[in-house]
Design a binder for this molecule. Structure first.
Ligand code: SAM
Ligand code: SF4
Length: 364
């Protein structure tokens, strides 16, 4: 570690003593200091969660969505994509393929699709848990606590619900009709129901400030989440944000590294979005604190319809090729594939957060 940076990093190390101001010092580090910061996060990753990489098979089972997120290609207003829903049979087939490759977690993801009743999803979870030896993660957006409860009782282990941005005003602009506090309430409900909970944010959103990026990390710390999906914003031409620039690789890696420093035992994916902005993105993320990869097991014939952003890197890769590339990369990096379910390292009980509402910046 470069001298001079030590103090700043030590300040926030293990989350013992950090706040907006000392985190800002890390965010302010220039390009020159970035390699040392990433390498420090990599050391923490190694010490805290080891060399194992957890593979989570993502199955994008429906691209219908009733939401209007300005950034997303699946938004209800986008009439240019054809919509699909996989049949249960197709979903089970995809699960079987993932299991054949040795994956121990299935991530069921979709838009907020009103077609499904809570019980439909519960039956799906029950079937998967009964017939396959896997953990189940859901990523279905915002729902009533009662639905989350039904799915948890059906056997779901984890839930991914990115808070997207910790700036409540920007959040409302980017997700018309929604608000950040509701999202946070969902995350707290999920925690309360015993899910391992993942959140996360996009980096480089139009209108996003450095202050709000720092708050993204602080919010995840405050919520004591177990996983964080952090990736660059990528403009989709058929959305209102189509003409904006993408988030940068270096900023995304920096935030990934800082998240590892602040939440040392967290599960951090090297996201598809990072691989999409840079061919070497997956490797760089794995060297900056990431310890999870989410290979895509959605059937190839619908994958090009789940276009949340363009040139999504995994759109054309079949499981055979993607698993081969993945194994090669991990071997080169001296990293092993985890054979476990990859549950949260420490399933801690969140304590104080529930008692107070989130009022935006400076509310800690
Ligand atoms: N509908 C669910 C939800 O919103 O939580 C799950 C599916 S949604 C497609 C999954 C994630 O895609 C979102 O949490 C968001 O961060 C990401 N996403 C959407 N549009 C994006 C874009 N243009 N660039 C980068 N990530 C994007
Ligand atoms: Fe729907 Fe999720 Fe896309 Fe928003 S991010 S439009 S909720 S799929």
């Amino acid at each position: 570690m470069r001298e001079g940076m030590n103090d700043q990093v030590m300040l926030v190390n293990n989350g013992k003593d950090f706040n907006h101001e000392n985190l800002r010092q890390l965010f302010d580090l220039g390009e020159h200091d970035l390699p040392a910061l990433l390498s420090y996060a990599n050391q923490i990753r190694k010490k805290q969660v080891g060399n194992e990489v957890h593979l989570r098979a993502i199955i994008e089972f429906s691209n219908y969505c009733s939401c209007h997120c300005l950034y997303c290609g699946l938004r209800a207003e986008n009439r240019k994509i054809s919509r699909y829903r996989l049949t249960n049979q197709e979903i089970f087939q995809s699960v079987q393929t993932a299991v054949n490759y040795g994956l121990k977690t299935i991530v069921l993801q979709s838009g907020e699709d009103q077609f499904y009743r809570p019980d439909d999803i519960a039956r799906l979870i029950e079937f998967i848990k009964k017939h396959f030896d896997v953990a189940v993660t859901l990523s279905l957006g915002e729902h009533f606590r009662q639905s989350y409860r039904i799915w948890r009782n059906a056997g779901a282990d984890r839930y991914l619900l990115k808070h997207e941005t910790a700036d409540p005003i920007l959040y409302q602009k980017l997700r018309p009709g929604k608000n950040l506090q509701d999202r946070i309430d969902c995350l707290m409900n999920l925690k309360d129901l015993g899910y391992q909970v993942g959140s996360g944010n996009m980096v480089g959103l139009p209108g996003q400030t450095l202050t709000s990026l720092i708050e993204d990390v602080l919010l995840m710390k405050k919520l004591n989440i177990e996983m964080a999906g952090i990736g660059p914003f990528l403009p989709h031409p058929d959305t209102p944000l189509g003409c904006y620039s993408a988030g940068s690789l270096s900023q995304t890696l920096k935030i990934l590294a800082i998240t590892r420093i602040v939440l040392p035992t967290i599960h951090l994916p090297a996201t598809t979005a990072i691989s999409t902005i840079n061919d070497n993105g997956r490797r760089l993320a794995l060297e900056s604190g990431a310890n999870v990869i989410m290979p895509n097991f959605t059937p190839l014939y619908v994958r090009n319809q789940y276009v949340i952003y363009p040139q999504k890197i995994d759109i054309i890769e079949d499981p055979e090729k993607s698993m081969k590339n993945l194994k090669k990369l991990l071997k080169e990096m001296n990293r092993t594939i985890s054979m476990s379910y990859g549950h949260a390292i420490k399933i801690k009980k969140y304590s104080y957060y529930k008692k107070e509402a989130y009022h935006g910046f400076g509310s800690q």
